[in-house]
Design a protein around this ligand. Structure first.
Ligand SMILES: [Fe+2]
Length: 190
Protein backbone atom coordinates (compact mmCIF):
# COMPACT_ATOMS: atom_id res chain seq x y z
CA UNK A 1 0.00 0.00 0.00
CA UNK A 2 1.60 3.20 -1.09
CA UNK A 3 0.83 6.65 0.19
CA UNK A 4 2.14 10.00 -0.87
CA UNK A 5 4.16 11.55 1.98
CA UNK A 6 3.62 15.19 2.97
CA UNK A 7 5.60 17.67 0.89
CA UNK A 8 8.06 18.53 3.71
CA UNK A 9 9.07 14.89 3.99
CA UNK A 10 9.90 14.69 0.27
CA UNK A 11 11.73 18.00 0.45
CA UNK A 12 13.87 16.75 3.35
CA UNK A 13 14.64 13.56 1.46
CA UNK A 14 15.59 15.57 -1.62
CA UNK A 15 17.85 17.88 0.41
CA UNK A 16 19.58 14.89 2.01
CA UNK A 17 20.47 13.60 -1.45
CA UNK A 18 21.09 16.84 -3.30
CA UNK A 19 23.43 19.50 -1.91
CA UNK A 20 24.42 21.24 -5.16
CA UNK A 21 22.54 24.52 -5.50
CA UNK A 22 22.15 24.32 -9.29
CA UNK A 23 20.71 20.80 -9.07
CA UNK A 24 18.32 21.89 -6.33
CA UNK A 25 17.14 24.77 -8.47
CA UNK A 26 16.70 22.49 -11.47
CA UNK A 27 14.44 20.23 -9.39
CA UNK A 28 12.45 23.24 -8.11
CA UNK A 29 12.04 24.46 -11.70
CA UNK A 30 10.74 21.08 -12.87
CA UNK A 31 8.50 20.93 -9.79
CA UNK A 32 7.10 24.39 -10.60
CA UNK A 33 6.40 23.36 -14.19
CA UNK A 34 4.69 20.17 -12.98
CA UNK A 35 2.52 22.26 -10.64
CA UNK A 36 1.44 24.39 -13.60
CA UNK A 37 0.52 21.26 -15.54
CA UNK A 38 -1.35 19.73 -12.57
CA UNK A 39 -3.46 22.86 -12.47
CA UNK A 40 -3.99 22.82 -16.25
CA UNK A 41 -5.07 19.16 -16.31
CA UNK A 42 -6.94 19.31 -12.99
CA UNK A 43 -4.59 16.71 -11.49
CA UNK A 44 -3.27 16.29 -7.93
CA UNK A 45 -0.81 19.13 -7.34
CA UNK A 46 1.09 17.40 -4.51
CA UNK A 47 1.60 14.25 -6.57
CA UNK A 48 2.81 16.22 -9.57
CA UNK A 49 5.02 18.55 -7.52
CA UNK A 50 6.59 15.60 -5.71
CA UNK A 51 7.38 13.87 -9.01
CA UNK A 52 9.13 16.97 -10.30
CA UNK A 53 11.02 17.54 -7.07
CA UNK A 54 12.34 13.98 -6.81
CA UNK A 55 12.94 13.09 -10.46
CA UNK A 56 16.72 13.66 -10.31
CA UNK A 57 17.09 12.95 -6.59
CA UNK A 58 19.92 10.41 -7.03
CA UNK A 59 21.73 12.30 -9.80
CA UNK A 60 24.29 14.10 -7.61
CA UNK A 61 25.55 10.86 -6.03
CA UNK A 62 24.83 8.51 -8.95
CA UNK A 63 24.96 10.38 -12.28
CA UNK A 64 25.75 7.45 -14.56
CA UNK A 65 23.14 5.82 -16.80
CA UNK A 66 23.75 2.57 -14.90
CA UNK A 67 22.57 4.12 -11.64
CA UNK A 68 20.38 7.19 -12.36
CA UNK A 69 17.38 7.09 -11.83
CA UNK A 70 17.41 3.46 -10.71
CA UNK A 71 18.99 4.03 -7.28
CA UNK A 72 16.53 6.81 -6.51
CA UNK A 73 13.45 4.91 -7.68
CA UNK A 74 14.50 1.81 -5.70
CA UNK A 75 14.68 3.93 -2.56
CA UNK A 76 11.35 5.63 -3.30
CA UNK A 77 9.79 2.19 -3.76
CA UNK A 78 11.17 1.08 -0.37
CA UNK A 79 9.79 4.25 1.20
CA UNK A 80 6.35 3.44 -0.16
CA UNK A 81 5.99 6.21 -2.74
CA UNK A 82 3.16 5.66 -5.23
CA UNK A 83 4.08 3.53 -8.22
CA UNK A 84 2.85 6.23 -10.60
CA UNK A 85 5.69 8.48 -9.40
CA UNK A 86 8.26 5.68 -9.68
CA UNK A 87 7.18 4.82 -13.25
CA UNK A 88 7.23 8.49 -14.29
CA UNK A 89 10.75 8.99 -12.90
CA UNK A 90 11.98 5.82 -14.61
CA UNK A 91 10.31 6.92 -17.85
CA UNK A 92 12.01 10.32 -17.92
CA UNK A 93 15.32 8.56 -18.60
CA UNK A 94 15.07 7.67 -22.28
CA UNK A 95 17.49 4.76 -21.78
CA UNK A 96 15.52 3.10 -18.95
CA UNK A 97 13.31 1.10 -21.29
CA UNK A 98 10.26 2.19 -19.25
CA UNK A 99 7.54 3.59 -21.50
CA UNK A 100 5.86 6.87 -20.60
CA UNK A 101 2.25 5.72 -20.42
CA UNK A 102 0.63 8.12 -17.95
CA UNK A 103 0.01 11.83 -18.34
CA UNK A 104 2.25 12.33 -15.29
CA UNK A 105 5.15 10.55 -17.02
CA UNK A 106 4.62 12.38 -20.29
CA UNK A 107 4.46 15.74 -18.54
CA UNK A 108 7.64 15.08 -16.54
CA UNK A 109 9.57 14.22 -19.68
CA UNK A 110 8.08 17.21 -21.54
CA UNK A 111 9.03 19.78 -18.90
CA UNK A 112 12.42 18.46 -17.74
CA UNK A 113 14.66 19.69 -20.55
CA UNK A 114 12.52 22.74 -21.25
CA UNK A 115 12.69 23.94 -17.63
CA UNK A 116 16.49 23.73 -17.84
CA UNK A 117 16.46 25.60 -21.12
CA UNK A 118 14.19 28.36 -19.79
CA UNK A 119 16.54 28.74 -16.82
CA UNK A 120 19.42 29.25 -19.26
CA UNK A 121 17.39 31.82 -21.22
CA UNK A 122 16.49 33.64 -17.98
CA UNK A 123 20.16 34.01 -17.05
CA UNK A 124 20.91 35.97 -20.22
CA UNK A 125 17.91 38.30 -19.82
CA UNK A 126 18.15 41.43 -17.61
CA UNK A 127 14.59 40.86 -16.35
CA UNK A 128 15.19 37.09 -15.97
CA UNK A 129 11.85 35.24 -16.08
CA UNK A 130 9.74 38.38 -16.02
CA UNK A 131 8.19 39.16 -19.39
CA UNK A 132 9.71 36.11 -21.08
CA UNK A 133 7.73 35.04 -24.15
CA UNK A 134 7.49 31.70 -26.01
CA UNK A 135 8.81 33.57 -29.05
CA UNK A 136 12.09 34.48 -27.35
CA UNK A 137 12.49 30.92 -26.08
CA UNK A 138 11.85 29.46 -29.55
CA UNK A 139 14.42 31.84 -31.02
CA UNK A 140 17.01 30.52 -28.58
CA UNK A 141 16.00 26.92 -29.35
CA UNK A 142 16.92 27.55 -32.98
CA UNK A 143 20.35 28.82 -31.92
CA UNK A 144 22.18 25.50 -31.58
CA UNK A 145 25.14 27.14 -29.85
CA UNK A 146 22.97 28.36 -27.01
CA UNK A 147 22.66 25.90 -24.08
CA UNK A 148 23.95 23.26 -26.49
CA UNK A 149 23.62 20.47 -23.91
CA UNK A 150 19.83 20.78 -23.90
CA UNK A 151 18.33 18.24 -26.28
CA UNK A 152 16.01 19.97 -28.75
CA UNK A 153 14.89 16.52 -29.90
CA UNK A 154 13.75 15.60 -26.37
CA UNK A 155 11.82 18.87 -26.10
CA UNK A 156 10.09 18.18 -29.44
CA UNK A 157 9.36 14.56 -28.46
CA UNK A 158 7.94 15.67 -25.11
CA UNK A 159 5.55 18.11 -26.76
CA UNK A 160 4.46 15.42 -29.21
CA UNK A 161 3.83 12.82 -26.49
CA UNK A 162 1.94 15.22 -24.24
CA UNK A 163 -0.02 16.39 -27.30
CA UNK A 164 0.24 20.07 -26.49
CA UNK A 165 0.94 23.12 -28.59
CA UNK A 166 4.59 24.21 -28.37
CA UNK A 167 3.81 27.87 -27.64
CA UNK A 168 1.30 26.96 -24.94
CA UNK A 169 3.72 24.44 -23.48
CA UNK A 170 6.52 26.99 -23.26
CA UNK A 171 4.27 29.65 -21.76
CA UNK A 172 2.85 27.18 -19.21
CA UNK A 173 6.34 26.19 -18.05
CA UNK A 174 7.40 29.85 -17.90
CA UNK A 175 4.24 30.64 -15.92
CA UNK A 176 4.89 27.90 -13.38
CA UNK A 177 8.49 28.98 -12.96
CA UNK A 178 7.46 32.62 -12.55
CA UNK A 179 5.18 31.64 -9.66
CA UNK A 180 8.12 30.00 -7.86
CA UNK A 181 10.68 32.56 -9.12
CA UNK A 182 12.29 33.49 -5.81
CA UNK A 183 12.87 29.84 -4.97
CA UNK A 184 14.56 29.38 -8.35
CA UNK A 185 16.93 32.21 -7.51
CA UNK A 186 15.19 34.76 -9.69
CA UNK A 187 13.83 38.02 -8.36
CA UNK A 188 10.08 38.31 -8.27
CA UNK A 189 8.89 40.89 -10.78
CA UNK A 190 8.20 44.18 -9.04
FE1 LIG B 1 15.86 16.76 -14.72
Amino acid sequence: MSTLPPYEESLNLFHDWTKTESLRKHAYAVEAAMAAYAEYFGEDELLWRTTGLLHDMDYEKHPTAEEHPFIGTALLTDLGYPDEIIQAILGHATYSGVARTTRLAKALFAVDELAGFITAVAYVRPTRLAGMTPRSVKKKLKDKQFAAAVSRDDIALGVQELAVDLDEHISRVIGGMQKDASRLGFEQPA
